[in-house]
Design a protein. Structure first.
Length: 77
């Protein structure tokens, strides 16, 4: 089962990218929906974004350390 995490392919904090990865959607589409919700809810969706930014961990598979380790493993083969 997929775990909800923040994405390292981020514009601000990776929340929209993480939601997109979790639900199998385009990150651009999630960002567009978020911006539309900003206007519809008069900015109150920012509170949800800030809460998600605080509680969601970053994806360890996409971290810089993981990338360096994978590249070193490929070079050492």
């Amino acid at each position: 089962m997929a775990k909800l995490t923040r994405s390292n392919k981020k514009v601000i904090a990776g929340v929209c990218g993480g939601l997109a990865e979790f639900f199998g959607l385009s990150a651009s589409a999630v960002r567009i929906v978020f911006v539309l919700l900003l206007f519809i809810t008069f900015g109150s969706v920012c509170i949800a974004y800030l809460i998600l930014m605080a509680i969601l961990p970053t994806n360890p598979q996409n971290s810089a350390e993981s990338y360096v380790k994978r590249m070193n493993d490929k070079l050492n083969k």
